[in-house]
Design a protein around this ligand. Sequence first.
Ligand code: GDD
Ligand code: MN
Length: 379
Amino acid sequence: MNEAIRPGPDQTPQAQAGSRSPELSVIVPTFNERDNVTVLYRRLEATLAGIAWEVVFVDDNSPDGTWDVVRALAQKDSRVRCIRRIGRRGLSGACIEGILASSASYAAVIDADLQHDETQLPKMLSLLASGQADLVVGSRYIEGYKSEGFNKQRAGASALATEVARKMLRVEIADPMSGFFMVRRDRFEELAPKLSVHGFKILLDLVATAHGNLRAVEIPYTFGARQHGESKLDSMVALDFLGLVLAKLTNDIVSLRFILFAMVGGIGLVVHLTTLFIGLELFKAPFAEAQAAGAIVAMTSNFILNNFLTYRDQRLKGFAILTGLIMFYIVCSVGLLANVGVAFSVYDQEPIWWLAGAAGALMGVVWNYAMSGLFVWRK
Ligand code: GDD
Ligand code: MN
């Protein structure tokens, strides 16, 4: 058969756009968005007509099988790709991985749940392509913004976090918490090694890490209501945010994970003292027993909190919880010895109680953190 006259599938306009190397990569992080991805794909197709684009869905092995729906789309349209990650969770990490796996000069990040306004994408692209900016942010806080998807509580928390970020990290943009933006991929790749894969706040991280070296433009958009499924932002996200701010303030000397681990340790101290107090006062237990109970309760609650917060992206489940907990007890017991040992030797040279105590506590938390990463929540 004559190849030249056969009307093959590559004659369609979308295949022609698809055969050009893409100008724009759209990155869509997904977790349980089965009912939204096809709608989003159709909307992208409509709004990006005439642009050579690709879309990379990054799915963290959604229990609802979102990856399966995306894969079916990818079979019909080669502009669609699906990264299915197993054993990892996290919005920032998913976005980073998606951008790094994309191939266009410009990469956009957009939520799958149709809350962001995809019709802004061509405008964002032209702002970047004309060289006016390195980053375009879809912003909810500048003039012209409307928000349908926010309840009062969420709006208040978001405004507070924005203020903290802007003041403490000297981030200039109005809406650093936005999950909707487009960036030059070369600039992103320079900054990527320093970004945290943990948490939700990838844009804030990007802007704070760039230290003012990223020319940003903001455009207003309407944050819509979620169509299907539910939000994955929970109260843990607030702690994640706090950790990110602290990590950036220390110029990444201490990691976000370490800060979360240390915050949990601080909570553990309170738990320990409360248990000790209850043991002594309510149960009239001997000091040694009340103290031991305090230690066990605090270690257990620290383990649970770390499993839910600090290591939420590699959370232990099922039987692994039990073996993890036992390892954690062992790690912390040795950590306590290290703590007391260091405190004693500091006190020996410099008899200042708080200095010795703080040195011991620091030794303990660093030890526990390092060993937990090796033996409890190992990769
Ligand atoms: N791969 C992956 N892994 N995707 C995730 C994860 C995860 O652990 N958690 C959430 N997502 C995906 C969701 O499927 C959705 O497409 C998108 O990330 C946003 O998650 P939502 O749970 O819908 O968050 P939200 O609507 O409450 O908040 C979003 O919008 C805000 C305003 O722009 C987020 O983007 C916030 O960061 C943003 O501030
Ligand atoms: Mn959402």
